[in-house]
Design a protein around this ligand. Sequence first.
Ligand code: C5P
Length: 212
Amino acid sequence: MLVVAIDGPAGAGKSTIARALAERLGIAHLDTGAMYRAVTLAALRAGLHGDEPAVAGIARRMTLDVGTHVLLDGEDVTAKVRAPEVNVAVSVVAANSAVRDELRDRQRAWAAAHQGGVIEGRDIGSVVFPDARLKLYLTASPRVRAARRVAEHGGDVDAIEADIARRDGHDERRADGPLTRPDGAEVVDTSGMTIDEVLDEIERLLGERESR
Ligand code: C5P
């Protein structure tokens, strides 16, 4: 099973790179952030995102299909999981250990069903797939990360930089599966790099691993 684990802070380019890398390698791609976002959306709709056991119950019962679209109980919520209210609430839901346990089980089952894949998130190389063939920690300067978000989705660069910094802080400080550079991960700072340069560098690193 070929698993490439990609972790890193918000806006480092994980989704763009993970999608393109999966295509180059001819394997599947999983955005685990979309899974935490879908649980958050369902919890907000139920009006109980502060109630930990209730949110865990929602996570266990939901049907969730994350591919090019995000399907929550059969509804296409691809755009809705990117809404500002989800950005604000997702770190709290992601700090809920019962939610993390449930989503990690689903991520491992997904990888088994797809014979591996490029899997992106915050705890993929550290907790979910510590034995991944290649572990990457993608990063970029906060300003570059905010500017990329503005280029993709619009908005005010200062406000977005502040939102990214708030989410990073939350993700780094939580007890369960904090955002961290996993043991054995290769750090790639994408600040001054094009998408193709990042992909070439990752393929080089993968080739190095495979020839060991
Ligand atoms: O990757 P994205 O920015 O969409 O992730 C949204 C949020 O989901 C992150 O800020 C983090 O709180 C949470 N997350 C996580 N573990 C993962 C993936 C995402 O805690 N593996």
